[in-house]
Write a new protein. Structure first.
Length: 301
């Protein structure tokens, strides 16, 4: 099979592992810098050009689109879809997952456990928003934040109000969520591939940091999850329409709650913590889903 991978940094662990896994199984995987592509939108003849040359036909495309280039990355991915190339994750599903508010609304509709979350536009409603979220301590998140950036823990209602008003004064959209104290600064990353849980790890934040992101100095260890946590992760992936994703859970007093569904999960932390070949599982999924000559996206839009 011929596989394209949309990725700006070819040296990242996740990207190199996916290439290794594909080549070990006899496939050709070409890494393509997303921002160096341009698309030709012609009637019945959609095409993509890369560094001045028209891209050849591919059986599948692996989108590893950074959050900062979501708009352009999804435009390129949609072009692959229009050309009949199987996307590991569809453009519609990735776009849904990148919008924190929309993703929570979708999960809420499906009855997935979530932290109490509030959202408002008018700064005059700050007191009501804080009260609806259960009062301090509260977690305040930028809608566009990633890897723990733009996440603030407010210990008092007064500090929460100051942070909310400051963000809104800068015309920045935010979510206000209850703080799950019983999680103890840890969360669970569950890797779902093809509707099945492949691995799970517990991530613990660095000393004094309530955020558990490995990019922020957190640590990880393999963990056994409960049947309810497994079901929550699988239901979340299905609701978002993602073939591959990382589902971030917190263990609360009222069961597992989903903090985020990541459509481009990093592989380094979870592969090293669990010794499970996640990259190989992803390539196996592509082999099953992307049959040469019969590839097509089922997405809409």
């Amino acid at each position: 099979m011929k596989i394209a991978m949309l990725a700006r940094n070819h040296n990242l662990y996740s990207h190199k592992r996916l290439q290794e896994a594909a080549e070990e199984r006899g496939h050709q995987l070409d890494m393509i810098n997303t921002l160096q592509c341009y698309i030709n939108i012609a009637s019945r003849r959609p095409s993509i050009f890369y560094r001045g040359e028209k891209l050849p036909e591919y059986d599948a495309v692996i989108p590893r689109i950074g959050a900062s280039i979501t708009f352009y990355g999804l435009a390129v991915l949609r072009q692959f879809e229009m050309m009949g190339v199987f996307p590991l994750n569809e453009s519609v599903a990735i776009g849904r997952s990148r919008d924190k508010l929309r993703s929570l609304q979708v999960l809420s509709r499906e009855g997935v456990g979530l932290p109490v979350t509030t959202f408002a536009h008018d700064p005059k409603q700050t007191d009501e928003v804080i009260a609806q979220a259960g009062g301090a301590p509260l977690v305040i998140k930028l809608l566009e934040g990633t890897q723990g950036i733009g996440v603030v823990l407010a210990d008092t209602d007064r500090s929460a109000k100051s942070v909310v008003e400051a963000f809104r004064g800068a015309n920045v959209n935010i979510l206000v969520q209850e703080f799950i104290k019983e999680a103890g600064g840890s969360d669970i990353r569950v890797l779902v591939v093809g509707g099945k849980v492949m691995a799970a790890m517990k991530r613990t934040g660095a000393e004094g940091d309530f955020r558990s992101n490995l990019h922020r100095g957190g640590s990880a260890m393999q963990i056994k999850i409960s049947p309810e946590e497994r079901s929550t992760a699988i239901r979340s992936a299905k609701a978002m329409g993602l073939n591959v994703c990382g589902v971030d859970l917190l263990r609360s007093n009222h069961g597992p709650v989903v903090m985020e569904v990541n459509s481009s999960p990093g592989l380094e932390g979870i592969e090293k913590a669990t010794n499970i070949d996640i990259a190989g599982k992803i390539i196996e999924l592509i082999e099953k889903k992307a049959k040469p000559g019969k590839t097509k996206t089922i997405g809409k839009g």
